[in-house]
Design a protein around this ligand. Structure first.
Ligand SMILES: Cc1ncc(COP(=O)(O)O)c(C=O)c1O
Length: 550
């Protein structure tokens, strides 16, 4: 009797545990974003299945079944653009062609500027060189002497203008020249950097690293160490560098088993964070406020016109406040990854801009004053790398070049100049200035009837397209022809430095308008009732299936 009772009890206990596990697994599934980007494992699996194919000459111009007269306009426009590129960028193109074979990164970025079906045809005929010789003000000059307005922002490093960083590098190097490249001990300038960073971040301790990726690695490692929990939460679409644990989807050859990718601005995600016991930290990239739950927008993904973005500062601030509360209640480390937006949205970065404090903040990019850097600022209780009571239980972090005197010197220049009236004034009315610029440009684009619109988070802009098309990515080449330099993600991201004057901006706006008009004239935005984003997706899917069936 007793034995049977025990069996029942054990069975009931097992069933209860299984039910709880199932519930928690289900809640986790519900807290994922419904898109493919929200399902890291599936996106990796499916990415492996996508077959390569490409359009031939005819297919290139008729991927949307446009009629002959439109195709003829496209051909003429493309040929003119191609001739102009050959005329204007010969040295840059030659240098790029020579170097390409030996530079893996160049091969990669060249290939992924536009959707792969169109890539080779474009690469061979619109040779966009990758060699520059100088920068000045808000412009850069290529190896052929062409001057471009810079919208690349040097991956976000360029917040305060290239001349500012040149000065930081020159004066910063001067400060540390006598010590040179001595590593291990610190140049005295480090103390001043730490003091300033503690004040800016409102956090107690600082550690120096060599890149943003490493800063994020260290922040997550410390969170795991102190909480004794295994998992990091990142939000769908958010980029935190290329370390495997924060890049669980496409691009990482192995799964990231200790990362949860949850939907951002989601009740279900808050519930999971507030109930699971294995979460060490939550990583936020505030740049996602511009396009929550979607990957960094790149033109190689522009199969149709469904890319969209919209920034709502209040809504994002409320989301961060709620996250803050849940993390505090659960003793989870809230990490703001400000490698991109730090010093850009405000002097005090996203913490100041959204009015929410983090437990740790990672910085990088611009903070190096023009040289490579990663920094973690954090509360002392999360930053310590040892335990008084368990001397062998340490959290290891090194890096030969961390605190390199030259980087510390340029960082010091950066931080000190940040306090000058001249630089402070660049932050005055920042959002109202850039919001007005975006709004006015959108009005102009609307008035001339082109299907191009801007969305912005302060000085970080992205382009979306209001009418279904297979050719939106062509705009990047028309913009280049107008003298605007974009990074390899094309129209997915324009990054302005804060020193763009009204006149500089007007020059850029006029060129964007001219480029869009030229592209319209050349027939790339032909539309027909049957051409919808859905029909485009369906066609691409059919093409892929046909390829797989071969
Ligand atoms: C938010 C964020 N975190 C981390 C990184 C990685 O920084 P790094 O490229 O210096 O390794 C980046 C780079 O773009 C970033 O934008």
């Amino acid at each position: 009797m007793n034995y049977t009772y025990l069996l029942y009890a054990a069975g009931a206990a097992i069933a209860a545990v299984a039910a709880l596990k199932l519930k928690s697994r289900l809640e986790l599934s519900l807290a994922k974003h419904r898109s493919l980007a929200g399902h890291a494992r599936w996106s990796r699996r499916l990415a492996k299945l996508v077959p390569f194919y490409e359009y031939d000459e005819i297919g290139f111009f008729t991927a949307d079944n446009a009629p002959d007269d439109i195709v003829a306009r496209r051909r003429t426009g493309f040929a003119q653009l191609s001739a102009m590129f050959a005329r204007r960028f010969p040295n840059s193109a030659r240098l790029t062609a020579d170097a390409q074979e030996g530079i893996s990164d160049l091969q990669f970025t060249a290939r992924y500027r536009v959707p792969f079906q169109f890539s080779r045809y474009v690469r061979e005929r619109l040779k966009a060189g990758s060699f520059l010789t100088s920068s000045s003000g808000v412009t850069i000059t290529d190896a052929d002497g062409n001057v471009f307005y810079d919208l690349t922002g040097s991956y976000g490093v360029n917040v305060l203008g290239y001349d500012f960083y040149k000065e930081c590098i020159a004066s910063g190097s001067e400060q540390v020249r006598a010590l040179g490249p001595v590593l291990g001990a610190y140049h005295p300038v480090v103390s001043d950097n730490v003091k300033r960073l503690r004040e800016i971040s409102g956090l107690e301790e600082v550690s120096f690293h060599m890149s943003g990726t490493e800063a994020v690695m260290q922040a997550v490692r410390l969170a795991r160490y102190h909480t004794r929990r295994t998992h990091a939460v990142r939000f769908c679409g958010a980029y935190h560098g290329w370390w495997g644990d924060v890049q669980p989807g496409v691009g990482n050859p192995i799964p990231a088993d200790y990362t949860y990718t949850l939907a951002e601005m989601s009740e279900a995600a808050l519930h999971v964070i507030g109930t699971r016991r294995d979460i060490a930290c939550v990583l936020i990239n505030p740049l996602q406020a511009l396009h929550p739950n979607t990957n960094a927008p790149g033109d190689s993904q522009l199969l149709d016109s469904s890319r969209s973005a919209r920034f709502d500062r209040d809504a994002y601030a409320r989301w961060l406040q709620r996250l803050r509360a849940v993390c505090t209640a659960r003793n989870i480390v809230l990490i703001f990854d400000e490698v991109f937006v730090g010093f850009r949205l405000a002097r005090g970065g996203a913490q100041e801009y959204f009015g929410v404090r983090a437990d740790m903040v990672t910085y990088g990019k611009t903070l190096g004053g023009g040289l490579p850097v990663g920094v973690v600022c954090g509360l002392a209780k999360w930053m310590r790398r040892f335990r008084e009571e368990r001397p062998a239980d340490i959290c290891f972090a090194r890096g030969t070049f961390n605190s390199h005197p030259y980087v510390m010197g340029t960082m010091n220049e950066f931080l000190r100049r940040l306090e000058t009236a001249e630089i402070k004034s660049l932050y005055d009315n920042l959002d109202s200035t850039w919001d007005a610029r975006a709004r006015q440009l959108n009005e102009r684009l609307g008035a001339i009837g082109v299907p191009v619109r801007i969305s912005n988070l302060s000085t970080i802009w992205t382009v979306s397209y209001t009418q279904p098309s297979r050719y939106n990515w062509m705009l990047q080449y028309y913009l280049r022809a107008e003298g605007l330099a974009l990074s390899w993600v094309g129209t997915g991201r324009f990054i302005f430095s804060l020193n763009y004057t009204a006149a500089d901006f007007e020059a850029v706006a006029a060129r964007i308008v001219a480029a869009a008009q030229a592209m319209q004239r050349d027939g790339w935005w032909w539309s027909a009732p049957a051409l919808t984003n859905k029909s485009i997706k369906r066609r691409v899917m059919r093409e892929m299936l046909a390829q797989l069936g071969r």
